[in-house]
Design a protein around this ligand. Structure first.
Ligand SMILES: Nc1nc2c(ncn2[C@@H]2O[C@H](COP(=O)(O)OP(=O)(O)OP(=O)(O)O)[C@@H](O)[C@H]2O)c(=O)[nH]1
Ligand SMILES: [Mg+2]
Length: 331
């Protein structure tokens, strides 16, 4: 899978996002910007930095901030689409935590929502020690600050991930047709739409069927709204894979349905990705947590295709003998 496969021109021209300092949140109040301003005329990088930098810290970004950030740097807008408690925030937190570990092939290059990430990571550590349940970023009714920012570096190449953590209630309203998809600018703007199936629900015989039904309902909603739009990509992600993998009954239930659901997703987009992730699994879970595979897909250029396999050559019967020689002699 390509990592950062866009052309050189598309790569980040400016430097990395400002390396966020914990005390940087004492800047001026954020500028008053029109909400959902994805289509705004692109400001210069300097204007973008000036407009967004004061938000450093605990606040998440709103679509207008994210739009400014993307005006000067390549990036991907990522939207998790999943029920309440399906593991969306854990995915976000784990992507951040993993990048901060030494020895990663893709490094951490800054964040404009650093303190929000740190608060999540701290909550997760407390939860792991049994002190409390995992913290989520507090969301207020009508608040559009739902976007985490994570800049990644692969050598000289940089990439911004803008990760929208929509509340689970919004997903339910979408699937139930109470809320038009078009009413959520982030969904329209997404480069990467991630359809989440909650492995925890699959583990529960009373909830597993309805979890799959909801996923299919959302697929229908996406199809009827002509989403994903050209240039954006779709993935089916099963979260809490540890809960599925460890229980033979759950695993059998899922394996019997996985292909059909993946086919349904691929009817919407033939190249849709399918990943199993255990972002919040206990350390004792022996399998790969899938976060690396998910991250590779998130940063890959939408629509990037790998070269098709080369067809085997049928040499004509009358081909000269030399041309038939194998490339490598076996002795
Ligand atoms: N075993 C296991 N538990 C997980 C995993 N991922 C998340 N969880 C747990 O699932 C619960 C919900 O996770 P969240 O990440 O808060 O879910 P969410 O989708 O953000 O929830 P809302 O914001 O309320 O919609 C938490 O108790 C997590 O610890 C996982 O991979 N394995
Ligand atoms: Mg959450």
């Amino acid at each position: 899978m390509p990592r950062y496969s866009e052309t050189r021109d598309e790569r980040l021209q400016g430097g990395p996002p400002p390396q966020v300092q914990a005390d940087a949140q004492q800047g001026a109040a954020p500028p008053q910007v029109e909400a959902n301003a994805w289509q705004d005329a692109a400001p210069s990088q300097a204007e973008a930095d000036e407009a967004v930098t004061p938000l450093l810290g605990s606040e998440l970004l709103n679509p207008a901030d994210a739009s400014r950030l993307l005006s000067g740097s390549p990036g991907r807008v990522v939207v998790w689409l999943g029920e309440r408690d399906s593991g969306k925030t854990t995915l976000t937190a784990r992507l951040y935590e993993r990048q901060r570990l030494p020895g990663q092939d893709v490094g951490f290059a800054g964040s404009w929502t650093l303190l929000a990430f740190e608060a999540l990571a701290y909550g997760r550590r407390l939860a792991a020690s049994g002190a409390q349940s995992p913290a989520d970023h507090p969301t207020r009714e009508g608040d559009e600050r739902q976007i985490y920012h994570l800049a990644l570096a692969d050598g000289a190449d940089r990439m911004n991930l803008l990760i929208a953590d929509l509340p689970g209630e919004q997903f339910r309203a979408l699937a139930d047709n109470q809320l038009p998809l078009s009413s959520i600018p982030l969904v329209r703007r997404a480069d990467k739409l991630v359809l989440i199936v909650d492995g925890g629900c699959l583990r529960d015989p009373a909830r597993r069927a309805s979890a799959l039904t909801r996923t299919r309902q959302l697929l229908e909603r996406l199809a009827s709204d002509s989403l994903p739009h050209p240039g954006s990509e779709l993935a089916l992600v099963v979260t809490k894979w540890d809960l599925v993998a460890e229980d033979p009954d759950t695993l059998a239930y899922w394996l019997a349905r996985e292909h059909q659901l993946a086919d349904d997703v691929r009817e919407l987009q033939a190249s849709a990705e399918h990943v199993r992730v255990a972002a919040g699994a206990p350390a004792s879970f022996p399998q790969d947590d899938g976060v690396g595979a998910l991250r590779s897909w998130l940063v890959a250029t939408p629509g990037a295709v790998s070269d098709p396999p080369v067809d085997p050559v049928d040499w004509p019967d009358d081909a000269p003998e030399r041309m038939r020689m194998p490339w490598r002699r076996t002795t």
